[in-house]
Design a protein around this ligand. Structure first.
Ligand SMILES: [Zn+2]
Length: 366
């Protein structure tokens, strides 16, 4: 993987860049739709490409449990398995173990947990997390980390950080494949001193990119923004910076202004499946009775397949009738909304007017 920093916005800390992998490029700031089970729910890869998606995220935890990384490896790797031939980032599985698996236990060597699918017992070490991701063949891999819950005492956060740093070293040491990049994850809870230590230690180990983890886990938004604002600039300028799992449109616009290059979030796809559609003005709750006879598209300024062809009344009907197409058409729109937003963000940085764009965008949505 190669990252090129193309331009820095003079009015903010926003950056324009490009990630190039063996599976193609992604212009940054980039938003990666989440393909948890090796699929971005309800869309085929052609639909993703048509919406302008360049890079997707997939979850190691889920693919390890089902169908198993060995099977995917035998079948030619994740790109071939899911027929997405663009760049793929895989997480380490850590976050899902902490959030989904019952009866987990963290030791110095790794995490013991039970599958949320069938209750079977598993153990993931930093080494195995890298081996699984190497077997999947993703373009960007993440180190196994420990993600402490919010709130956590300083002592617990410090202990957890020591473990995450130790695991980061081990991950770096076992990585075999030079084609695949490995990112370190900055933890440290809500304690600036620990975050600072985390950044220092990760830079010493040396990674292809750096992620901010353990955010958007229930802490107040102001604290999250403060940590991102203060710690993003400490990360190496010539490496991509990835904010894990946080991504309302407003979060993205704010955090790009702090120098974040990469985002992922289930928000556009999950909201779509619940009939919540993004537009610049409002979130459209498509089941609402007011759309019963509404012939307009979801968003008249949107160029997606859904908005070009279907009315709000039709979408509302599909949701009421519980038709599968409701989810497909809604997801197409929400993903395209996110891709158009990223396009406007990159244009504003290119034009050297990101602060103005950000101010305008955030005030319009209030
Ligand atoms: Zn649309």
């Amino acid at each position: 993987m190669e990252f090129t920093l193309i331009k820095k916005d003079p009015t903010s800390r926003a950056r324009l860049g490009r990630i190039v992998t063996d599976h193609g490029k992604a212009d940054t700031p980039v938003f990666m739709p989440v393909g948890t089970q090796g699929t971005v729910k309800s869309l085929v890869p052609e639909m993703l490409r048509e919406a302008g998606v360049e890079m997707v995220l997939s979850n190691t935890y889920h693919l390890y449990l089902r169908p198993g990384h060995e099977i995917i490896h035998e079948l030619g790797g994740l790109h071939r398995f899911m027929q997405w031939h663009g760049p793929i980032l895989t997480d380490s599985g850590g976050f899902q173990v902490y959030s989904l698996a019952p009866l987990r236990k963290v030791t110095a060597e790794g995490v013991i947990f039970r599958s949320h699918i069938d209750g079977s017992k598993h153990f993931i070490s930093p080494r195995l997390a890298v081996e699984i991701q190497e077997a999947l063949g993703s373009d960007i891999m993440m180190c196994l980390d420990e993600c402490p819950p919010y709130p956590t005492t300083f002592a617990d956060a410090e202990k957890s950080l020591a473990l995450t740093t130790q695991w980061a070293k081990e991950s770096r040491d076992v990585k075999q494949c030079s084609r695949q990049a490995l990112f370190g994850i900055v933890q440290g809870g809500c304690y600036p001193e620990l975050r600072q230590r985390a950044v220092r230690e990760l830079i010493n180990i040396g990674f292809d990119g750096y992620a901010l983890g353990g955010l958007s886990v229930g802490e107040p938004k102001e604290i999250m923004f403060e940590l991102i604002r203060d710690f993003t600039p400490l990360l190496p300028e010539n490496s991509p910076r990835y904010l894990m799992g946080a991504g309302t449109p407003d979060d993205i616009v704010v955090c790009v202004g702090y120098g974040i290059d990469m985002f992922d979030c289930v928000m556009p796809t999950r909201c779509a499946r619940h009939g919540l559609l993004f537009t610049n003005e409002e979130k459209v709750v498509i089941r609402n009775a007011r759309y019963r006879k509404d012939e307009a598209p979801v968003d008249s300024s949107c160029d997606c397949h859904t908005c070009r062809n279907y009315s709000r009344a039709y979408l509302r009907h599909l949701f009421a009738a519980k038709e599968i197409l409701a989810m497909i058409l809604s997801t197409i729109h929400n993903i395209r909304y996110y891709m158009r937003l990223m396009g406007r963000i990159r244009e504003a940085i290119e034009g050297g007017r990101y602060a103005e764009f950000s101010r305008e965008f955030l005030s319009r949505r209030k």
